[in-house]
Ligand binder design. Structure first.
Ligand code: NAD
Length: 406
């Protein structure tokens, strides 16, 4: 430690996440840390799943073929059905550790038998020309490993949020992308969603005057569970918990609405004792970001309080209120103050297919990726600063790239 900051080197050891160290004060957490790396393993079919009655068709001969890695709730209930709405992307292959899922999902999506891979046979995708890109939709602690394996097979990668669980993992993913000369995009869907896009535009036009304060919260109450039953409660797979999973939307919104990087962060994280849900992860994380302009962002996220997902931006002449702010659908947004207005810029559910087409365009046409690996790395660095501040109980100063100042 030095001055009133905490050095990055002091907090982070090789490949150890900031969240792990913030949690490692407890004996249970230390035990888990000794247990070793998490592995990809087949899980049962999500409940209440409806598979397509007829397989979706690819729409164009130059459509980008994706291998979907991890057939869980988000892949099966949200993203795979959205390929039918994409113009330039299609499901070419699936990867799962559960043979029953491979069969049922493969049949429903018309995936040929020889394009259904297990985690053990994944490396064979290297010689499968039907696959241009890999979509990593595994538990977050597996993103780095499987992204690097996909680059080793010389495929492009669309990786779910959070990009990984540490800045060091993100750096390895970006380096692997460079070595393979293949593209890396992080699936930050709000950058393709009409309400959030309009909010970005409004802030760029100065719709609230000079920015003073952003407040945001993403919370829900996790049902009874434990780290062995649910990867979201397991530190090796989920990091510190709600921040990486849900609070990431608040951090993202604060950054794309403030349009500047914070220069310091102070944070607090809470883990109740004797609750199996929070044996390895935090229940709540709250942070305050100070920007060079003087604006402040207050971000809260919880796995143990009633559901909310809002962003409230206050400036010198008005306020922009989004509630819900970053959901799959149902967004609401209004401007208050000098110019009062409600906005209905379009159907939020286009965000899923638009992000697929955006990546397809980057692969086929070389267009710029709006949400590249560098953005995911930036966010993980800020998470590290949040956990470092919470662990040290003091403000952490930042460099412009989000690394902690020594
Ligand atoms: P999930 O638990 O429903 O599915 C995870 C899947 O990963 C499992 O079904 C299984 O197929 C596979 N898996 C492989 N190894 C596993 C292991 N050791 N433990 C558990 N599962 C394993 O989770 P999910 O909600 O689909 O989340 C998957 C990813 O998608 C996460 O990174 C999450 O952050 C992200 N996600 C993104 C959004 C979004 O809006 N962009 C929404 C939900 C989830």
């Amino acid at each position: 430690m030095s001055g009133d900051g905490v050095t990055r080197r002091g907090i982070l050891g090789g490949g150890v996440t900031a969240a792990s160290l913030a949690l490692a004060a407890s004996p249970a957490a230390a035990l888990l840390q000794a247990r070793g790396a998490a592995r990809a393993a087949g899980q049962r079919m999500p409940n209440g799943l409806e598979l397509p009655a007829t397989p979706p068709r690819r729409k164009r001969p130059d459509s980008v073929g994706f291998a979907i890695v991890g057939l869980g709730n988000y892949a099966l209930n949200q993203m795979m059905p959205r390929f039918a709405e994409a113009e330039r992307a299609h499901v070419a292959a699936i990867v799962s550790g559960n043979p029953d899922k491979l069969q049922r999902v493969g049949d429903a999506y018309g995936v040929p038998q020889d394009a259904r891979y297990s985690y053990e046979t994944f490396a064979n995708i290297a010689s499968d020309d039907r696959i241009d890109a890999v979509y990593i939709v595994l538990p977050s602690g597996l993103h780095a490993d499987w992204t690097i394996r996909a680059f080793a097979a010389r495929k492009h990668v669309l990786c779910e949020k959070p990009m990984a669980l540490s800045g060091a993992e993100c750096e390895r993913m970006i380096a692997a992308s460079g070595r393979a000369n293949r593209k890396l995009m992080i699936a930050y869907r709000s950058h393709f969603e009409p309400y959030n896009l309009q909010a970005m535009e409004l802030m760029a036009q100065g719709a609230v005057g000079q920015l003073r304060l952003i407040r945001s919260e993403q919370s829900y109450r996790m049902g009874p569970t434990s780290p062995s039953q649910n990867w979201r409660a397991n530190r090796a797979l989920a990091g510190g918990g709600p921040l990486e999973d849900y609070g990431i939307y608040g951090l993202q919104a604060a950054l794309y609405l403030a349009r500047e990087m914070p220069e310091s962060i102070s944070a607090t994280a809470f883990r109740p004792g004797a609750d199996p849900r929070f044996g390895e992860i935090f229940a709540h994380v709250s942070s305050q970001l100070r920007f060079p302009s003087g604006a402040i962002a207050q971000l809260a996220t919880s796995y143990d309080s009633s559901g909310i997902n809002f962003v409230d931006v206050r400036g010198t002449t008005g306020a922009l209120i989004m509630d819900p702010a970053t959901s799959y659908s149902g967004q609401k947004m209004r401007l208050e103050g000098r110019d009062r207005r409600e906005f209905t810029p379009g159907d939020p559910s286009v965000q899923f297919a638009r992000q697929l087409d955006h990546f397809a365009d980057a692969i086929r046409g070389g267009t710029r990726i709006r949400t590249p690996g560098e953005m995911g790395l930036r966010d993980l660095r800020l998470f590290e600063a949040i956990y470092a501040s919470a662990a040290a109980g003091r403000t952490v100063k930042l460099n412009p790239d989000g690394t902690m100042r020594s």
